[in-house]
Write a protein that binds this ligand. Sequence first.
Ligand SMILES: Cc1cc2nc3c(=O)[nH]c(=O)nc-3n(C[C@H](O)[C@H](O)[C@H](O)COP(=O)(O)OP(=O)(O)OC[C@H]3O[C@@H](n4cnc5c(N)ncnc54)[C@H](O)[C@@H]3O)c2cc1C
Length: 392
Amino acid sequence: MLEYYDYIIIGAGIAGLKAAETIRQYDVSGKILMVNGEDRLPYKRTSISKRLSAGFQKEELALKPAEWYEKMTIELVDGLVTEVLTATKEVILRNGRIRWNKLIFCTGSTPIEINPMLPPLTGLYYFRNAEDVDFIRSQNIVNEHIVIIGGGVQGIELIEQMLSLGNKVSLIHHANILMNRHFDEFMAGHLLQLLKEKGVEVFLETKVKSIQKTESQVFEIILDQGEPLYCNKIIVSIGTKPTVDLAHESGLEINNGILVNQFLQASHPDVYAAGDVAEHPGGWITGLWHAAEKQGIIAGTNATGQECAFEKTTFRLKLNFFDQYYFSMNPQHANIEIDEQILHKGDKYYRFFFKNNLLQGVLMMNDKDNAKYLEDSVRKSADRELIMRVFA
Ligand SMILES: Cc1cc2nc3c(=O)[nH]c(=O)nc-3n(C[C@H](O)[C@H](O)[C@H](O)COP(=O)(O)OP(=O)(O)OC[C@H]3O[C@@H](n4cnc5c(N)ncnc54)[C@H](O)[C@@H]3O)c2cc1C
């Protein structure tokens, strides 16, 4: 007889953890197995790019201690699921074949390669996992010239880390503004100025054409404009793609991510997908921590037989860069008719997005104390009058 679980969760990131926790809330006795593809307890992934220079102990960023899993009777097993059989409802992993009743894919996403044809090059790094931090730290990168490719949140955080280790840093970004998915021109311009003040050389609207190593083992980066760039190390941070190979091979419907309906159900009725790996109706892939957390809760809820929908909404992103605080709940992806109001107060900046005088989103700088209030106000669609009374 094959071993059997009521629920198997593939991937122990934030989506997987929240799915397991939520299932346990609704189903006190169902057998839950979470398959962990990494070398440590599920951890706060968003912290790793802030801790590259200082480092961290193996379980320091753990979201829950080991005893929590025992207490919740959630079995956490190390290794990778190598095959999913949807017809017989089985998975295959290192220690064999296991049957499931409900399966949740929480396999997250994988860094996009700068050039898939490029052979692995010593000194060129991708950055996704805590293990990547351990590896990069082991390379002892100090007083070197580092090029970071990609001016999103991860790339910007890595710049601060690399500067703090005494490195010279250059940044190459494809768009005309930094953090273009989340910031507006004003915030991006502010950040750009700050980078320049810190001595960072920034190339906007620039693409990498090729990368090679010279005879003296220095990287030569050919750009689509201007002179080549020479450096000692490269960190590529140009975004991620959903980790779908396993789901694809199992016959589930895939586009860029695993296609799910509003209940996060995939093309098989007993299979769900949550977090970075899920592609929602209309082609939306969230790629953010709180969005993955929320989806884990919803997929876990629905796997137990409840019915809970994932609504299209705006999730927050915050960025601390040196002593500056940037906050974004940018609703522009939602394609809604909005009107805006901008306020500048000293070094604080607010851009409010309203629909019918109800708050739909906000961009903010340097008012960290009010970040939670603003987030709640967007969630509650607060009235324009109230917002203006508080902030104007
Ligand atoms: C450095 C960095 C900084 C970030 N900063 C921010 C930020 O400031 N704000 C923000 O909102 N978001 C940020 N993000 C994005 C955020 O971390 C992700 O959106 C979130 O972690 C997605 O969670 P997830 O559970 O869907 O996937 P993941 O966290 O990617 O977890 C998926 C897990 O599944 C495992 N897995 C994959 N395949 C298998 C398999 N076959 N078998 C078993 N396990 C498998 C993987 O190893 C991984 O552990 C950042 C990401 C990174 C990498």
